[in-house]
Design a protein around this ligand. Structure first.
Ligand SMILES: Nc1ncnc2c1ncn2[C@@H]1O[C@H](COP(=O)(O)OP(=O)(O)OP(=O)(O)O)[C@@H](O)[C@H]1O
Length: 240
C-alpha cells in the first residue's frame, strides 16, 4: 500500500524550490532522503505535514493522514513540563490515566523518565530532542516525518531508537520519511534511499535496499557496495 504526491510546485517569492515533483511513499517502509543543503528537503517535509501549502499539486492522499513530525530543532512548548509537552498531543484521544501511561512508556524509551517534571530550559539540546522523539511516537501519526532527528543523540540510544523505528513500522504499519546527512544512518535503516538535488527539487537517484534490516550486519560487502554507489553520486557526496 502506498501514498503518492504528484506534480508538486512551490515558489518562495519568485524563487522556485519545487517544480513538478512526484514521489510515492510505501507503508511499512522507511524512506531516507539525502540531498545537499538547501535543495528543498525541509520544504517538502513541511508540505507533507501541512505546515506550509504547495502552490500546486496533488497531495490529497497525504493530506488525509495524521503526521508525527520531528523537526531539526525540538520545538517544545517552553512553558510546559516534559510530561505536559507530550500530554498536549494526546489531548482528546485518551483518558487521563491512559495518556499518562503512554507518556511514561515513551519517556522510558528515550531514557528521560526522571525528567518528566523538568521544563525544556532545564534540559540539554540532545535531551530536548529526545522529548520531541517521545512526543512523536506517543502521538503515533500514520506518517512519521523526521528531519535529522538524531542530532545530538549518543550512539547507544540512537541504535535503540533505530531498532524501535524498524519494529514500529512493521507492528503499526506506518510510513517513515527520514531526512539525514548521514549515509551510514540511512544504510542502517532505509528500505529506500532517495537522492535529491535542487532547487528546484528533483529526484536524482533512487535505491531500494534489498538487504533485510535485521541482517544488515551480516551483509557487509553488500552494504559497502551500496555506500560506494551513494558516494559516487555527487548529490550524496555533498553531505560528507
Ligand atoms: N520561508 C522561506 N522563504 C524564502 N525562501 C525559503 C524559505 N524556506 C526555505 N527557503 C529557501 O528554499 C530553499 C530550500 O530550503 P529547505 O530548507 O527546504 O532546504 P533543505 O534541503 O531542507 O536544507 P538543509 O539540508 O540545509 O536543511 C533554500 O534555498 C532556502 O533558502
Amino acid at each position: 500500500m502506498k501514498l503518492s504526491i504528484k506534480n508538486l510546485y512551490k515558489t518562495y517569492g519568485g524563487f522556485q524550490v519545487i517544480c513538478n515533483f512526484s514521489m510515492d511513499f510505501f507503508y511499512d517502509k522507511i524512506h531516507c532522503v539525502l540531498g545537499p543543503s538547501g535543495c528543498g528537503k525541509t520544504t517538502l517535509l513541511n508540505i507533507i505535514t501541512k505546515l506550509i501549502s504547495a502552490d500546486q499539486g496533488n497531495l490529497e492522499e497525504v493530506e488525509k493522514k495524521t503526521c508525527s513530525y520531528i523537526f531539526q530543532e525540538d520545538r517544545l512548548l517552553p512553558w510546559a513540563t516534559v510530561e505536559e509537552n507530550i500530554l498536549f498531543v494526546l489531548e482528546g484521544q485518551y483518558k487521563k490515566v491512559e495518556a499518562q501511561q503512554i507518556v511514561d512508556e515513551y519517556l522510558s524509551l528515550v531514557n528521560l523518565s526522571k525528567f518528566k517534571n523538568y521544563y525544556p530550559e532545564e534540559l540539554s539540546g540532545g535531551m530536548k530532542q529526545r522529548v520531541s522523539i517521545a512526543r512523536a511516537f506517543a502521538y503515533g501519526g500514520e506518517i512519521f516525518v523526521m528531519d535529522e532527528p538524531f542530532k545530538g543523540i549518543h550512539l547507544a540510544l540512537k541504535t535503540t531508537l533505530i531498532q524501535y523505528m524498524i519494529d514500529y513500522k512493521h507492528q503499526k504499519s506506518r510510513i517513515f520519511v527520514f531526512a539525514t546527512h548521514d549515509i551510514e544512518e540511512a544504510l542502517s535503516m532505509a528500505d529506500y534511499i532517495h537522492i535529491f538535488q535542487g532547487p528546484p527539487l528533483t529526484l536524482k537517484k533512487q535505491m531500494t535496499i534489498d538487504v533485510p534490516q535485521s541482517q544488515r550486519w551480516k551483509y557487509k560487502d553488500k552494504m559497502t557496495e551500496y555506500k560506494e554507489i551513494l558516494l559516487q553520486n555527487s548529490a550524496a557526496k555533498d553531505h560528507i
